[in-house]
Design a binder for this molecule. Structure first.
Ligand code: HEC
Ligand code: HEC
Length: 328
C-alpha cells in the first residue's frame, strides 16, 4: 500500500521535472529562432533587407537601376518617367493627398498609406494591384513596415525616425492601428475578405449606412474582433437590439418568422430572411411573440467558408471603422 503511494509520488515528481525540462527546451528553441530571423531593426538597413527579401517588393518594383520589375512604379530616379526618387516623390504625392482628403499628409504618411491602403491613391498609369503586404502570403508586421518606410524615405528624402516610429502623425497612427487590427484578425487579407462579404453577407448587410435585412455594418470595426467573430459564429447569442426575431401565427394557421419592421395603423410588417416583407392585419393575428433564441441571421454561414475565408472576412470587417470613413 505504502510503496504504491511512493510510486505515484515518484511518478508525479518525475512528470513535473520532465515537464519543466521540455518547457525549457522549447523556450530555448523559440528564443534561439527569434534571434535568427525575427526582430528586424527599424532602420533603412533593416528595410532594405525586407524590400529585397521577405517583403517581395522587388517582384513588382525596381529601385533606379536595381531590379527589373515594372508592374509597379520604380522607387528610384529612373528615366523620364521617374524624375524623382521615392523619398522626394512622396513629398509631392503628400500634397496631392492633402488636397484630395483635406487632411494634411506628410511624405511619411503617403508611404505608410501606400502600404496600409494601397487602393486609396493609385499612381497614374498603374492598376490598383499593389499587394496587401501585411496579409498572407507576405505578412509583414508593423515594425517591418516601419523599416521599409525608412528605406524608401532615404531614397532622396529626409529620414525622420520620430515621424516613422516613435511619434507618428495622426494619419500614420490611424493607418498603423489598422494594420495591427487586420493582423490581430489572424492576418487575414481584407481584399479577399471583401469578396467573401459580397458572396455571403451583402444581401442582408450594407456598409453604406443603410438597413437592408440586418443592421448596417459601416462602423462594425469599432466593436472589436471578438464581437465580430461571435456575431458570425453564433448570431443568436447576442441579438442586436431592434433586430429580434418575431413569430407570428395568424388565425388561419399561417406562421411567419422574421423581423418586425413596421407596426402602425393596425398592421404589422414582418421582413423574412430572404428580404420578403409580409404585411399582416393586426386583427388577423392569433399570437405574436419574440423568439429570444433565434436570429434571422443564419447560424451556419461559417460552415460554407474555409478558415482562410473567415480570417479574410474578419480582416475586412475590422477595417470598417468610423474613422476610416472620415479620411475618405
Ligand atoms: C503585386 C505587385 C506589388 C507588390 C508585391 C508591391 N507593390 Fe507597391 N505598388 C504596386 C503597384 C501596381 C503600384 C501602383 C498602383 C498604386 O498606387 O497602388 C504600387 C505602388 C506603390 C507605392 C507608391 C509609389 C508612388 O510612386 O507613389 C509605394 C510606396 C509602394 N508601392 C511600396 C511597396 C512596397 C514597400 C512593397 C513591398 C513591401 C510593395 N510596394 C509591394 C504593386 C506592388
Ligand atoms: C439573412 C440575412 C443575413 C445574412 C445573410 C447575414 N446576416 Fe448578419 N445579421 C442579420 C440580422 C437580422 C442581424 C441582427 C440580429 C442578430 O444580432 O443576430 C445580424 C447581425 C450581424 C452582426 C451584429 C451587428 C451589430 O451591430 O450588433 C454582425 C457583425 C453580422 N451580422 C455580420 C454578418 C456577416 C459578416 C455576414 C456574412 C458572413 C452576415 N452577417 C450575414 C442578418 C443577416
Amino acid at each position: 500500500m505504502k510503496s504504491s503511494i511512493w510510486k505515484i509520488f515518484g511518478f508525479l515528481v518525475l512528470t513535473v521535472v520532465l515537464y519543466n525540462w521540455i518547457g525549457y527546451a522549447i523556450t530555448d528553441l523559440s528564443g534561439g529562432k527569434k534571434d535568427m530571423s525575427g526582430a528586424v531593426e527599424i532602420s533603412p538597413e533593416g528595410g532594405e533587407t525586407l524590400y529585397w527579401g521577405k517583403g517581395r517588393c522587388y517582384t513588382c518594383h525596381s529601385l533606379g537601376g536595381q531590379g527589373s520589375a515594372v508592374r509597379g512604379p520604380n522607387h528610384g530616379q529612373f528615366g523620364e518617367k521617374f524624375p524623382m526618387p521615392m523619398g522626394s516623390r512622396a513629398t509631392e504625392r503628400a500634397i496631392e493627398r492633402t488636397e484630395k482628403t483635406g487632411t494634411p499628409f506628410t511624405a511619411v504618411d503617403y508611404i505608410v498609406e501606400s502600404m496600409a491602403e494601397p487602393g486609396a491613391y493609385v499612381v497614374n498609369g498603374y492598376k490598383n494591384e499593389m499587394a496587401v503586404v501585411y496579409a498572407p502570403p507576405i505578412s509583414l508586421n508593423l515594425n517591418e513596415i516601419k523599416a521599409i518606410v525608412a528605406y524608401l524615405m532615404v531614397q532622396g528624402g529626409d529620414l525622420d525616425m520620430e515621424a516613422i516610429d516613435t511619434a507618428p502623425s495622426e494619419i500614420s497612427t490611424k493607418l498603423y492601428s489598422k494594420i495591427q487590427a487586420a493582423q490581430a484578425a489572424g492576418g487575414g487579407d481584407p481584399g479577399a475578405g471583401e469578396t467573401v462579404f459580397e458572396d455571403n453577407c451583402e444581401e442582408c448587410h450594407s456598409l453604406e449606412g443603410e438597413m437592408i435585412v440586418g443592421p448596417d455594418l459601416s462602423t462594425i470595426g469599432d466593436k472589436g474582433i471578438k464581437f465580430i467573430s461571435e456575431s458570425i459564429l453564433n448570431p443568436a447569442k447576442s441579438i442586436t437590439p431592434g433586430f429580434e426575431t418575431y413569430e407570428v401565427e395568424t388565425k388561419d394557421g399561417t406562421k411567419i418568422v422574421g423581423l418586425k419592421t413596421r407596426d402602425e395603423g393596425g398592421e404589422v410588417d414582418i421582413t423574412k430572411k430572404n428580404g420578403d416583407v409580409v404585411t399582416v392585419v393586426q386583427s388577423d393575428i392569433k399570437t405574436i411573440s419574440v423568439d429570444a433564441n433565434a436570429s434571422v441571421m443564419p447560424e451556419d454561414l461559417n460552415e460554407a467558408m474555409t478558415v482562410k475565408d473567415f480570417q479574410d472576412l474578419q480582416a475586412y470587417m475590422i477595417m470598417q471603422k468610423a474613422e476610416k470613413k472620415d479620411g475618405e
